[in-house]
Design a protein around this ligand. Structure first.
Ligand code: HEC
Length: 163
């Protein structure tokens, strides 16, 4: 029995060798996202990729762990819970809604939860689960995927860039 396995070993190695050869023969394709830490498919157009910087990529991971269940229609585990909630939470890429909210408001509602801001208690508080930096990262991710695209406020205190 043992000797049969031993006999089969060189064959196994040969098989690995062949597949390894094939791989290294493939041409290296230039990656569009070269230099990005991660990418996210545009939620409105899956043929487009959004390149994410370091903080935005951290925020993406936090979003897919904590927020995707209510703030997206699809999750890596299947359909989300979003449509079962009242009020229906905004999609995290909903620029019409979220571009007008200041970073400070976003920080507050994520940290303290909806009820602390007179909104629905269905929005949980994350101040004890996430650090301030993690909350800032998830806001950066929100801004990165916003449709229509988010523009930084032009003046302090204003949510709109001067035209
Ligand atoms: C259990 C469901 C649920 C989860 C999980 C959840 N939210 Fe929410 N969220 C809501 C609901 C519901 C609202 C709407 C509250 C309202 O309008 O009264 C909301 C509102 C918000 C708003 C404010 C939108 C606005 O303009 O009024 C932000 C920002 C937000 N959520 C971010 C997040 C982030 C970031 C996470 C993950 C860290 C998260 N939420 C996780 C349900 C959820």
């Amino acid at each position: 029995m043992k000797s049969r396995i031993l006999l089969a070993l060189p064959l196994l190695f040969a098989a690995f060798d062949i597949s390894a050869c094939k791989k290294s023969a493939e041409a290296v394709k230039p990656v569009e996202a070269f230099g990005a830490y991660d990418t996210e498919a545009d939620w409105n157009d899956s043929t487009k990729l959004v390149n994410l910087g370091y903080q935005e990529a951290q925020g993406k991971r936090i979003f897919y762990q904590y927020c995707v269940w209510c703030h997206a229609d699809a999750t890596p585990a299947g359909p989300s819970n979003r449509s079962n909630l009242t009020p229906v939470p905004p999609l995290l890429n909903d620029g019409e809604k979220l571009n007008g909210e200041s970073d400070e408001f976003m920080r507050n509602i994520i940290t303290l939860g909806g009820s602390a801001l007179g909104k629905s208690a269905m929005m949980p508080p994350y101040g004890k689960t996430l650090s301030a930096g993690e909350i800032q990262a998830v806001i950066a991710f929100t801004r990165a995927i916003a449709q229509p695209p988010y523009q930084r406020p032009g003046r302090p205190g204003s949510q709109y860039t001067a035209k």
